[in-house]
Every structure is written in C-alpha cells, then in structure tokens.
Ligand binder design. Structure first.
Ligand code: ARG
Ligand code: ZN
Length: 466
C-alpha cells in the first residue's frame, strides 16, 4: 500500500494536470490524442484524434545490410484539438520529427511515438484542420511474430525483402495510424541498388536511376488500410499490361518462380472479369501480383492491387487474393473482429470459382466445410483471441455464413445483386459485422436473426438443413 498523502496533495496534483491539459504551461491548447483505438484484439493499435489522408514514404533500402533510411510525410486531419498525438512504430531509430515544418518533440515508448507539436503551430492542430508531420527514421526493420505465430513486418528474402502487414506488421517499416479503420492514399518511393527492383502498391508513376541506384515511385490514390501496404525488393521479372477495360496490370515474379507462374498469372484479366460479374466493378485502377521465390515467405497476402504470393499460386489462391480486393481492401473491416467479412467472402469466391470451372457444386464445398470439425472451434464473428484470427472458422465457417444467406434469398440473381450492393455501399470504406447483418436484413426485408444466431454467433454446429 502507498503511504497516505496529505489531503491537499491530490487536489494540487489534479490542478497541475488540469493546467497542463489546458495548455497553460506551454501555450498549446487541446488534449492529447488517444494512444489506441480500442480494437477488440489489439487495443493499442492505431491512434486517436486524427485521420490520415495521405502517406508519403521515401525509403532508401540497403538489402545487403538489411537497413533502410526513411522519411514519412503524413498528412492528417485533426478530429479533436490536439496538444499531442501518437504514431505506431516498432523498432527503428527516429531521428527527428516536424509538424507543419516546425521541430516537434518526439517521445518513444515501445511501439508508440508521441509527437508534441511546437506551440507556434497550435492553430493547425484544431479540430477539422489538416496538418503535416514529417518523421525521419532509419535502422534495420524487423520481422514481427504475429499472435498466431506467423512472421510479418519486414521479411528478408534471398535477394531482398518483402513487407507484409496483416494484422499488425506495417508498423515495422513506417510510422502511422496502423489500424484498418484509418485508410489513406499513399505515395511510396523506394530506392534500391541495381539490378534489384522495388515493387509496391498502385501505379508506377516514376523511375529514376542515378549512380547505380534506382528510385521506384508507386502511387495509390484509392484509400488503403496500412496492413495492405507492401514493398517487395528483389530480382524480379516484371510485366506491364492493361485489361480490356483499362485496368493497369503489373506483375513482378522472382525469376525462379517465373516459369511456373506464367499460365496462372495470364489468367488475372479473366479472374477479374469473372469476379466483376459477381462482386461488382473492380474497385481499383491497378492490379497484378508479386510472386516470391518458394521458401522466402510463408503465406499469401492480398496486399492492395498486387497480392503477394509465397510461390507460384494455383488458380484457387489467385481467385482468393483477387476476391479480397473487393472484400477486405475496398470494403475493409472496422475492427479485426470483422475479419470473417474478408476471409468468408474470399473463401466463398473460391467455392464459386470451383463450381463454375471445376464441376464442384457450391453445396459440395459447403458440405465439406460443414463436416470439418476445425470449422466449429468458435463462431466466425467472435474469434476468442488474437491468435485465432486466421483460424478455419473465420475462413470456412465465414463462407458457410455467406452460403446460408444465399439459401435464404429468393434466387441467385437476388443473391448476387445483394453482394454487389454490399460492395457498392461500403466501397473504399469500412464495415462491421453489424453493418453486414443490418444491410442484408434491410435489403431482403426479413428478420434473419435465426440465421445469424446459428451460423454467425452460435457456439455449436447447427443442423445442416436448419
Ligand atoms: N489474409 C491472408 C489470406 O487469407 C492471410 C494472412 C495470414 N496472416 C497471418 N498472420 N496468419 O490470404
Ligand atoms: Zn484470405
């Protein structure tokens, strides 16, 4: 127990805190932005008090040494009058920060940077104003072991590196608001030694070579959650093309994976057209793929526009990652609890593809998933803890929920119209499980609480025909 303080001390302390908070000491008013966004699984992830609109990342990468030097220019809108705010960043050394061009105080505690702008820029920190923060940093970006044991963050490969960020790895290579609810546009400029290539999201808008180093400037204009940002550095065989409807394609393939990837990557336009007919217009202006050398990374990720594959993908995996461009990348979960909206739909896309191309009726895929005990470990909308986010119920049982919705509809035409309406309503936004169930009930005009209770939230396996 603490010794009892004289009665006046707490009062004085409260007064001092109030004075600090009101800015009487430094001339800056406002209050500090929250240290996290209270995600159910990662409460400290993301930061309150502002909304990033644009990240400008300049990275100078030295793959041999495994080091980078970075400048992050972060444009954000204050959602409260801020006296200070946080950025998420793991590892790396922060050299300096400015806000609105004025040196800002930086404090480091674990994965949180606290930025305290100069008093002279206080006016820019008022609610609704836009302010620009520049952070200079360097060091050896690290791989992070996820809650589920996978490796993400900045991963070294045989000839370079690749950044993977689901769910929390992106804070290993740039400071930001690393929660899926804060989506932003990006300019990512990466300089690498020749003959390596740096591939990222969006469109390649410039490439400049100087003294044996080439800067690749990638631009993402459509909103992107930070877990979907990537940078892949290595020797790549690259190809550019356009789909008949004008989507820019850029594929980058490790030479060792090139021959075995050729046929499947040639099907990207076909898969996009097939998906568009079912899920609605492709939400982005760029598409493509990054294929690594087998053994360098452990899993595929639907990084925006350009999924990363751990080796030559099969068609099912390509369909899955491209489906995520609609489900996950355009319609992004509000919190990590809503993951089944990503994986359930992407898995369902595989079932639909198999029905159309491999003579496997969707009902057969459903039955197989239903019969698998692994899918019944927990309800898809309620993963017990962070290590469970990528477990079978989120994928297989998530897809079963989608199929049950389809069976509850009058016909397939109505079901696919419902799906297209969903991707249209939340295009480039965020959606929760509640948003989904409310949307389906509103569109169908039916009370589907029985379906949700049994398939989405229920603890036990409902009757197959229920
Ligand atoms: N969303 C990816 C996919 O289904 C999987 C990401 C796996 N990440 C992880 N930490 N296990 O394609
Ligand atoms: Zn997936």
């Amino acid at each position: 127990m603490k010794p009892r303080a004289p009665a006046a001390a707490p009062l004085l302390l409260a007064l001092a805190i109030a004075l600090l908070g009101s800015g009487c000491t430094g001339g800056v008013e406002g209050t500090p932005g929250a240290v996290g966004l209270r995600d159910p699984y990662f409460p400290g992830l993301g930061n309150g008090g502002y909304d990033v609109t644009h990240y400008g990342l300049k990275l100078d990468v030295d793959p041999a040494a495994g080091r980078l030097r970075g400048t992050a220019t972060i444009t954000a809108r204050a959602t409260q009058h801020l006296s200070a705010f946080h950025l998420d960043l793991a590892g790396l050394d922060v050299e300096s920060a400015t806000v609105e061009g004025e040196p800002a105080a930086v404090n480091r505690a674990g994965k949180e940077l606290t930025i305290r702008p100069a008093a002279s820029v206080d006016d820019h920190m008022r609610e609704g104003r836009t302010f620009t923060t520049v952070v200079r940093y360097s060091g050896s970006p690290q791989a992070i072991t996820d809650a589920d044991g996978e490796e993400e963050g900045w991963l070294r490969t045989a000839d370079g590196s690749v950044a993977l960020g689901e769910p929390t790895g992106s804070l290993a290579w740039f400071p930001g608001n690393h929660h899926p609810s804060d989506k932003a546009a990006y300019d990512i400029e990466v300089t690498v030694p020749d003959p390596l290539t740096a591939v990222s999201n969006g469109q390649l808008v410039a490439r400049r070579t100087e003294d044996g180093r080439t800067a690749y400037h990638w631009r993402t204009t459509e909103p992107m959650a930070s877990y979907l940002a990537t940078v892949a550095v290595g020797r790549f065989t690259t190809e550019q093309a356009r789909t008949p409807d004008g989507i820019r394609l850029f594929t980058a393939v490790d030479p060792e994976s090139a021959a075995a990837s050729e046929d499947v990557l040639a099907r990207i336009p076909e898969v996009l057209a097939w998906s568009r007919a079912r899920f609605g217009p492709y939400p982005f202006t760029s598409a493509g793929a990054i294929v690594e050398r087998t053994g360098d990374v452990a899993y595929a990720l639907e990084t925006q526009n350009r999924p990363v594959f751990p080796g030559p993908p099969d068609t099912g995996l390509l369909v899955h990652e491209l489906a995520h461009q609609w489900f996950g990348n355009s319609v992004t979960p509000k919190t990590w609890r809503d993951m089944w909206l990503n994986e359930g739909f992407a898995t369902y896309a595989e079932w639909l593809w198999a029905a159309d191309h491999d003579d496997v009726p969707v009902q057969e895929s459903f039955d197989e998933a239903y019969d698998s005990d692994a899918n019944w470990a927990f309800p898809p909308a309620r993963p017990p803890a962070a290590p469970d986010l990528f477990d079978p119920p989120v994928y297989g049982r998530g897809a079963m929920v989608v199929h049950r919705v389809r069976l509850a509809m009058d016909d397939d035409k109505a079901f696919f119209a419902l799906v297209r309406g969903w991707t249209a309503k939340y295009r480039h936004g965020n959606a929760s499980t509640d948003d989904f169930t409310a949307y389906v009930e509103e569109e169908t005009g039916r009370d589907l609480s029985g379906l949700w209770d049994a398939w989405l939230y229920g603890g036990s396996r409902p009757a197959r025909e229920g």
